[in-house]
Design a protein around this ligand. Sequence first.
Ligand SMILES: [Zn+2]
Length: 727
Amino acid sequence: MKKKAIEKIPYIGIERTSRKKGAKYIAATMVKLVGHEKHLITEVYRNKKGDLDVPLVRIVLTKKDFGTFFVESGVWSRALIAGSSWCSKYPVWDKGGREYDAGKENVIRSDEDLQRIKSFPGVEEKSWRSQTWYGLINDRIDDISTKERRARENRRWERRQQGLKERAENTPEIDEQKLLEYADRVIFREKHYLYYKKRGSWARVACSKCGGVNEYRWKPGISYESQFQRMIDEPRQGGFGTCPMCGARGEWKPQGKVMDSYSKAAHLFVGQKYKETGMVFRYYEVEKEYQLGLICENNGPLMENACEELSGTEIARVYFEEGRKPQKDYHKQSTWDGKDFWDDCNLYGKENINISEGPILPETWEAMKGTIFRYSAMQEYEAAEDGYINPVDYLERYMQTPQIEMLTKLGLIKVVENLVKCRYGIVANEHADRVDTFLGIRKEHVRLLIRHQGEENILKILKDEKRLEQQWTDEQIENLVELSLESRNGWMVVLEHMGVQKMLNLIGKYAGAEYGTGCSRATSRLRAVAQTYFDYINMRQALGYDMSNSVYLAPKDLDVAHQVMVTEHNKKEADARIREAEQKFPMIRKHYRRLRKKFFYEDEDFCIRPARSAGEIVTEGRVLHHCVGGDNYLGKHNDDISTILFLRSKTEPDVPYITVEIGTNDLKLMQWYGAHDKKPDEDNMRRWLDVYVTKLKCGLVGTAEAAGDGEDTEIEAEDEQVLAVPA
Ligand SMILES: [Zn+2]
């Protein structure tokens, strides 16, 4: 679109006589030749006296192209002018317009203008959507951009197909037979089965290797002829024997325990050189299937033949090239014609193809020479991992983090394992070229880490040492590893106030055990004590104690000190819950006096009264281990729906005994429980409560108004007590 030339064309302008009543916008059109091409130019004006000379937008349409010029801002747009289903959107020049009136508000100057639009190449009345002048143009724009998008998608698809083809053509041939032989040797360990069925002193044997079937005597006979009969050792399930027909070793399997087919599958990789210096890793699934053929005889099934079959399917190829992201191609099968094809994306129906670990064909190492991976040290890594790795992950990480070569060669295999699994949290400086700076540990401890193959627990401790600017001996570090400190908060606190040796000694003393004995009982004792000790320290600190105090750091009796902290910690939590309940349910305290007048009752043995406050209910629930302290009961009491009453012995009025819930208005006994949701002294107490409720309903319960003064003073005092909640 020749934008500059189009912008230079003078505006059409609307004569004042063409103004339409009730319309918000008026459109006018013209057809102009720009660069020998016909352009349909449609301008939209605001229907106002002063706005008839300069349009808001100029919509330009050619045979194959389009564009909208916003006059005021000077911006060109290739968006639709009214959305893809225009009835739900208003035109772009009328952001605040009302949708349902859009047709009435946006009119066209004359029939000639409308004809100009309708007769422009490509414009057609498609449906109800093309009822307005801008509907016609919008549909045309929609058509053109859809075509463009499709063309773009086609081009992309073709590019991808070309890429796939090009990669396939540059992928070297592979000797699949060799690959299967390798799989049989290394993965399936050339496993064969000798199926058998015993009948008296005889056994029928079928060999999966040679497929032969024959009868043999396994128990010596007493007859003369039996000396000349073919003998085998007695077949035993799970044992190994030699096939008397072909000499192969095989596992004995009784015929009755065999399904007619049985298979094992595994994965393996082969790496090949790709183009100049790249590599392609090919991922195969190999399968070994064992079959036993049976025929029906009069006395049951009879083994007739046996065989084994190896097969392999290539699943994925990963192409590595210098300076390029690895390209993964996947082998798929079309769901409609069943044909195999290669695709460059993984999505395949609902299943994702996953590349996992597996053995690597040895010829890979030869192919690796002279490629970008010649220094990757992957062969060393493979050896350290017993030949079972995911080379794709390793090489992807190696391309990202070439230090992997150094780490592998130093024997820091556990560190490499973490990196291969993308756990980069252990890296201190990804750009460092030295192990100590790369991992964030002290230089002098690299050797110690190597001795431990880069184990994560020792690495953590070495990183802490560096971070805390400490200098520990190898022995101290090994001792810390032995303690296997999980959460580090506690011992970081301790180390602020004492040296590491003192801390180790202290734990050793509490445990009564030595470090580094190699005795698992000593180690687990040390670990358990360290756990208790740091748990104690954490609680002590959280409760706000001054941790520089040596009595707190090194209590005489750790178990006692720990228990004290647990109790204190629990109390603190309980107090917090009481404060929360008091805040949330303030009405319980306010209702108290009124409810006391209504519900208070006592006889020689027991008294019953409503709860004074939310906190008191929480405490009752905690002491009696039932759920009355929950928000549900507190809420009902707070909202005057039901009342929580405390039934207590007169001799111990402060000791919770039975908690009662009663309907505040209907006076219905809803439930009553003692400790642990049990009903203590059940018959007796039930009778007591029945009498109480009856009296309550007859108005024989409650404190008389007149009894006021003395009682009230007492209540005040009680209230004070409850209010004194620890801050
Ligand atoms: Zn055989």
